[in-house]
Design a protein around this ligand. Structure first.
Ligand code: C2O
Length: 537
């Protein structure tokens, strides 16, 4: 194992997309940002130097951060932000993980342009549990706004109205054919016939779940969220924001230029979305065509059957070497309703003085002004309370229209777990405004997705159908629109761990909460002390 040093200079950079130029926040002037490479077991030190006018933090999405919660990155949860002109060294070790993850800014909407891939190779000498690819490519999917994204969210939060949606999606930084300015270029994937490639696909978009396809080529899914899965073939993959998917691609054609598409999945008709399809081209060497000649149509935007087929095919590899350690006995049975609500807002200009709020068990999370992890470690009182409820305040038909007395409250509440406790958490989507899929991300842990269904979760019948043998293991899961998922994890990581919808607009509205995991008794079960350069609030 080695120590890898990276320098992330956060700087403004002018970029031209969709025929217009704007300054964006970048790492080292790149969009998407640089790929961070490491091997399982390596220690990674990333010095992040902030040279822009915004406060910045970086999150290493999906990295377990065992005992190193200080390096996790969500602003005001584990750290205070890095102010302009200052720097902070994120110092963490990659333990028991290999595959693809992503890093991104974790404050306001800066992750729109401040993101990149994390590639974790297996330990030296340890092969992949699938055929060795001839070559690997990182494919980062994202969104592009013509306007300034910080202005977009600030305007939405003060007016109470929904923020604007993006103007295009991007594949490795480029919207593709939708741009009328060919000089901007389209991402091209160069391949040779008869080879096997590993594509490491990352969804770094703020607000859109995406389908990904390559014309006339099947993809073999081998890994999601840096955990191996039982390989299966598909013509379409679905990646929610924060999720990653590794696929093997066999170039079984002789030549040609094949269209690649990234297109929105959204099955709620009333929600405004960016439905522009991003395109790229897979180019067999020797082919002369300048634009793709072999085309593919993306699935329809509301193709829930396509989404379900993909999700239901995902299984942990669960081999001798990579067993699925699903908790079998459960200490905490938790049931969280998640969704959106409407609160009065006398100062808001939108919707008759009301605003949309995101809720978990009817609580809208209020960001503290001192990071929760610091408040916990230094025993600073008055920052948060530990009374986050394990169940909703009332039972109702979650997937029907909300009852009239659906009250939401504001609070900075955490749910406390003892070290090593086992948790089963059912996440139930609610239709208070409208049902919608929510990709929920848990920091600090991987979890097993043991069950999933539509309608109201039935605590008597549904557990009988849980998969406790080889459920997929991940860090971000789509809660289906008007349905539920059940996840299980072991609280073997002391610290404060954020959980939130990875649609950034819903996080901004308050669809978030945190778990506090106490130190254990053993020497390797305690949170390490904070690094000396940790920013102050
Ligand atoms: Cu990828 Cu809390 O985020």
């Amino acid at each position: 194992c080695r120590v890898r040093h990276y320098k992330f200079n956060v700087v403004m950079k002018n970029m031209t997309r969709l025929c217009s130029t704007k300054p964006i926040v970048t790492v080292n002037g790149k969009f998407p940002g640089p790929t961070l490479y490491a091997r399982e077991g390596d220690t990674v030190l990333v010095k992040v130097a902030n040279h822009v006018k915004y406060n910045v933090t970086i999150h290493w999405h999906g990295v377990r951060q065992l005992r190193t919660g200080w390096a996790d990155g969500p602003a005001y949860i584990t750290q205070c932000p890095i102010p302009t002109g200052q720097s902070f060294v994120y110092n963490f070790t990659i333990t028991g993980q290999r595959g693809t993850l992503l890093w991104h800014a974790h404050i306001q909407w800066l992750r729109a342009t401040l993101h990149g891939a994390i590639v974790i190779l297996p330990k030296r000498g340890i092969p992949y549990p699938f055929p060795k690819p001839n070559k690997e490519f990182v494919v980062v999917l994202a969104e592009w706004w013509k306007s300034d994204t910080e202005a977009v969210i600030n305007q939405a939060m003060s007016s109470g109205s929904a923020p604007n949606v993006s103007d295009a999606h991007t594949i490795n930084g480029h919207p593709g054919a939708v741009s009328a300015c060919p000089s901007e270029g389209t991402y091209t994937l160069p391949v040779e016939s008869g080879k096997t490639y590993l594509l490491r696909i990352v969804n770094a978009a703020l607000n859109e779940e995406l389908f990904f396809r390559i014309a006339q080529h099947n993809l073999t899914v081998v890994e999601v969220d840096a955990t191996y899965v039982k390989p299966f073939q598909t013509d379409t993959i679905l990646v929610a924001p924060g999720q990653t998917t590794n696929v093997l691609l066999t170039t079984d054609q002789n030549s040609g230029k094949y269209l690649i598409t990234a297109s929105t999945y959204m099955d709620t008709p009333i929600v405004a979305i960016d439905n522009v399809t991003a395109t790229a081209a897979m180019h067999y060497s020797g082919t002369l065509a300048s634009t793709p000649t072999v085309l593919t149509k993306p699935p329809p935007q509301n193709a829930t059957a396509v989404a379900n087929k993909f999700i239901n095919a995902l299984r942990s590899l669960n081999s001798r070497k990579y067993p699925a350690l699903v908790p079998k006995t459960i200490d905490h049975h938790l049931f969280f309703t998640i969704g959106l609500g409407v609160n009065p807002c006398p100062t808001c200009t939108a919707a008759n003085g009301s605003r949309a709020v995101g809720v978990v068990n009817n609580i809208t999370f209020v960001m503290p002004t001192i990071a929760l992890l610091q408040a916990h470690f230094f025993n600073i009182s008055g920052v948060f309370t530990t009374d986050f409820p394990g169940n909703p305040p009332m039972r109702f038909n979650y997937t029907g229209a909300g009852p009239a007395n659906m009250q939401t409250t504001n609070g900075t509440k955490v749910y406390r777990l003892l070290y090593n406790a086992t948790v089963q958490l059912v996440l139930q989507d609610t239709g208070i405004i409208a049902p919608e899929t929510h990709p929920v991300h848990l920091h600090g842990f991987n979890f097993f997705a043991v069950g999933r269904g539509v309608g109201n979760y039935n605590s008597k019948e549904d557990p009988k159908k849980f998969n406790l043998v080889d459920p997929v293991e991940r860090n971000t899961i789509g809660v289906p629109s008007g349905g539920w998922v059940a996840i299980r994890f072991r609280a073997d990581n002391p610290g404060v761990w954020f959980m939130h919808c990875h649609l950034e607009v819903h996080t901004s509205w308050g669809l978030k909460m945190a778990f506090l995991v106490n130190d254990g008794k053993g020497p390797n079960e305690t949170l390490l002390p904070p690094p000396s350069d940790l920013p102050k609030c």
